[in-house]
Structures are given as C-alpha cells and as structure tokens.
Design a protein around this ligand. Structure first.
Ligand SMILES: Cc1cc2nc3c(=O)[nH]c(=O)nc-3n(C[C@H](O)[C@H](O)[C@H](O)COP(=O)(O)OP(=O)(O)OC[C@H]3O[C@@H](n4cnc5c(N)ncnc54)[C@H](O)[C@@H]3O)c2cc1C
Length: 406
C-alpha cells in the first residue's frame, strides 16, 4: 500500500492541498503536519475582524474538526517536521516519530522578520503572524493607549487601522519615503497616507527605529535614528517575512528566495512539491521567478499540486491577486506591478473610488482597484487572457474595464 501524501504545514496552503486531493478523488492516505497547536485557520482576519473582536475562533477555522475525520485526513498538530530523509522518503517529527511518503508537499510558509534593535525583546513588543500572536496582541491593545506600528506594509497598516478604530493613539513608522512602497504606485501610497492621517493616525515616513525604550521592564517608547521619541505602551512590528527554507535546505533541495520549484511546483526532488509563502516559482506575471504571500497563491498552487499528485501535472499560471482592508476601504490588486513604467489612475482618488493601471513596455501588467470590485474582477479576467490594453485606451475618459475583451 502507498504511504500516500504527507503535507508539512497546516496553514492555508497545506490545508488546501489536502482538501483538493480529496475533492479530486485521491484515495491514498493524507497526513497534514503542523507545528502550531491549532487546526488550519485563516490568517487574513487576524489583523482585521479578529483583532477588533468582530470574529472569533470558529470563524477563523478553515473547516470544523469533523471535516478531517469525514475526509480521512490525519492531522498532527503541535509537532514540527525536523528532517526529510529523501532516499527513504520519510520525514522525522520533533517527537521522534516518522512518516513515510510517496509525495511530500512543503507548505511551511514564512515567519516574521525580527526587529534587531536594543529593547526589541521587551514586554509590549508584538508581532502578528499566528493565532497565538493575534490573541496576545489583542490583550496588549486592550490595555494600551499609545500604539506604535513599525512598518507601513499591509499588515502594519491593517493593525494601525484596527488600533485606531479601537480609539488608541497610533503612529506608523515607515523606513521608506512612502507607505506600501514595494507594492503600489506613489499615487496609491499617497491615498493611504491621506486616509490614515484623516482618521487620526500619525504617519512618519523615512523614519527608522534605533531603540525601543523601557520603563520598569516594559515598552515606554520608540527612539528614531532622527532623534525623535515616540511614546508607546505597545510596539507592533510588521517589517515583512522570511520564507521557512531551512528544512528544505537541510535536505539539499534547491533554494532561491524561497524553496525553488519548477513551473509545476516540483522542487529539485520529483517526489517533493513546495507551495504558498515558502515557494519561489517561475511566473509570467513577474517576468521571472517570484515568491508571493497571498491566500490566492496558496489556494491555487495547492490545486495545481493536487492535480500533479493525481497524475495530471499542469503548469501553475494563475493571475496573482490579493486584498487589504483598512478603515472603510478595500484595495484589491490583480497582477504584479513590479517594475512598472507608467501608472494611470481612473476614478476619484479624493473619495477613494479609483483603479490604478500599471503598464510595462506598453502592456497592462496590473490593476489596483480601490472600492471598485467590478474593476478587480474584470482586471483578473483580462490579465488571465493576456489581453492587450494600451495606455491610450485607459487614458480615454470613456474607458471601462468591464467592456474590454468582450
Ligand atoms: C495578519 C495577516 C494578514 C493577512 N492578510 C491577507 C489578506 O488580506 N489577503 C491575502 O491575500 N493574504 C493575506 N495574508 C497572507 C496570507 O495569510 C498568507 O499568504 C497565507 O496564509 C500563507 O499560507 P501558507 O500556508 O503558505 O503559509 P503559513 O500560513 O505561514 O503556514 C505555514 C505553516 O507551516 C508551519 N510550519 C513551518 N515549518 C514547519 C515544520 N518544519 N513542521 C511543521 N510545521 C511547520 C508554520 O508554523 C505555519 O503554521 C495575511 C497574513 C497575515 C499574517
């Protein structure tokens, strides 16, 4: 009998492989192993509804416990896979047990990049990746009055929005000269800075933290390299993530900016796949190899790997997309704007209803839609079809994305 498929990581990507395998009729054993003590849950609400107490644990769970029982998916939580023996096709767990596999899927995700300055270990310094961290952050926020968020990326800005909604005094410190600088055009950054400022968040761009200050063993403030001191009861650090590549690297699998996989998401070992936040894959949208951090990427890569395990390997070609919710706005992004040369805005920036069209070498490569969900849906359709949309078309005041390619 085949030992079946072992999936390492009980995040969104790992869960989706197991679910997609069973949905596709896979009848061999499936074992899902994760080091967190919880059944698979969603991360996006952690910085949104969950931190605001608008949703609880049950809403986070990707499926109730009975799902795993009914679908014959063995779930091992609270244990880490510490080694892969590729020649014998087995993994070793932190409790000394071992599991054989026919196929192994690494869905080991990413971990928070740590802030390395004096005081970074003080009580009151928080990170947000896991459910346990979200629970701890919630407790800290309830007790705090002054919150400093280090990092003006998606997670940092979502936490700032939640903390402000809770009535806290909030400052966001971003090292670059604008918010979200890696992922959106300057016009979109300005929109977010204006939004946060209008809601009362103090946004400091071009600021770098050199020390977390202490009072009686707890956080009391943040010292910037520029000399300013920002008082704080809580410091939330959101300065990006690093892919978990160590397990794969120790097994001598190829590593790039993540676990390196081919177009069908296979690692340098044919029996081992890698997906989600930990995997670096070739993408026509990136014009090269890329590692993405989004629910869409994890879910659709999982489906692709489930097909490959079922003997129907196909290249992973899905359009990347993701969203962020801050205050009363939802930004939805389709495609990848990396390396864009022109950005055209359609709509009204001042009321937060617009789309940003990104072009490279005269071709549309990405669309960010702010409170314009219909644009987002059509952008995904058009990018998927590799439709040719020119700058001139978008410049035309009567241009409508929904009418393109019909
Ligand atoms: C606060 C927050 C908000 C977000 N909001 C959005 C959003 O609005 N929209 C969006 O598209 N995306 C969002 N994301 C990103 C999205 O949640 C991630 O891209 C997605 O969850 C990645 O899933 P994954 O399974 O690939 O990795 P992970 O979720 O990181 O899961 C990997 C799991 O593997 C475990 N693991 C690692 N190594 C081992 C090992 N050796 N043995 C056993 N287990 C191991 C890890 O502990 C972890 O549980 C958000 C992320 C965060 C943290």
């Amino acid at each position: 009998m085949s030992p079946g498929t072992v999936i390492v990581g009980t995040g969104q990507s790992g869960f989706e492989v197991a679910a997609a395998l069973r949905a596709g009729g896979y009848s061999e054993a499936i074992t899902l192993i994760g080091d967190e003590p919880h059944l698979p849950y969603q991360r996006p609400p952690l910085s949104k509804d969950f931190v605001l107490d608008k949703s609880g644990l049950e809403q986070l769970e990707l499926r109730p416990p009975v799902f795993y029982h009914n679908h014959h998916i063995a779930v091992i939580v609270g244990r880490r896979v510490v080694a892969i023996d590729r020649s014998d096709r087995r993994v070793c767990l932190s409790d000394g047990t071992q599991k054989h596999y026919e196929f192994l899927v690494l869905a080991v995700g990413a971990r928070n990049r740590k802030l390395r300055v004096p005081g970074a270990d003080l009580e009151g310094v928080a990170y947000l990746r896991s459910l346990d961290e979200a629970v701890a952050l919630k407790t800290l926020l309830h007790k705090a009055e002054r919150v400093v968020v280090v990092g003006g990326g998606f997670v940092g800005l979502e936490v700032a929005s939640a903390a402000k909604t809770m009535g806290k005094s909030v400052t966001v410190i971003e090292m670059q000269h604008r918010l979200l600088s890696r992922v959106v055009a300057p016009e979109v950054s300005v929109f977010f800075e204006t939004l946060h400022s209008a809601k009362g968040v103090n946004v400091v761009c071009g600021g770098s933290v050199c020390e977390i200050l202490e009072e009686s063993g707890k956080v009391d403030g943040v010292l910037l390299a520029q000399g300013a001191v920002l008082p704080a009861d809580v410091v939330v650090v959101g300065i990006g993530v690093e892919p978990n590549t160590e397990l794969a690297s120790a097994a001598e699998l190829a590593i790039g900016n993540g676990i390196a996989v081919d177009k069908c998401l296979r690692t340098s070992d044919d029996a081992i796949f890698a997906i989600g936040d930990c995997a670096e894959f070739p993408s026509r949208f990136a014009g090269g190899r890329v590692r993405l951090e989004s629910v869409q990427n994890g879910v659709e890569q999982a489906a692709c790997v489930a097909s490959a395990i079922a003997g129907k390997a196909r290249p992973y070609t899905s359009v990347p997309w993701l969203w962020t919710d801050q205050f009363d706005v939802r930004l939805q992004m389709a495609g990848l704007s990396i390396g864009f040369e022109q950005c055209l805005i359609q709509g009204d920036l001042s009321i937060g209803r617009f789309s940003a069209f990104y072009f490279k070498a005269g071709r549309l490569i990405a669309v960010d839609s702010m409170n314009r969900p219909v644009d987002h849906v059509h952008a995904r359709r058009l990018l998927e079809a590799d439709a040719v949309i020119s700058l001139e078309q978008v410049r035309n005041p009567s241009f409508e994305l929904r009418l393109c390619g019909r």
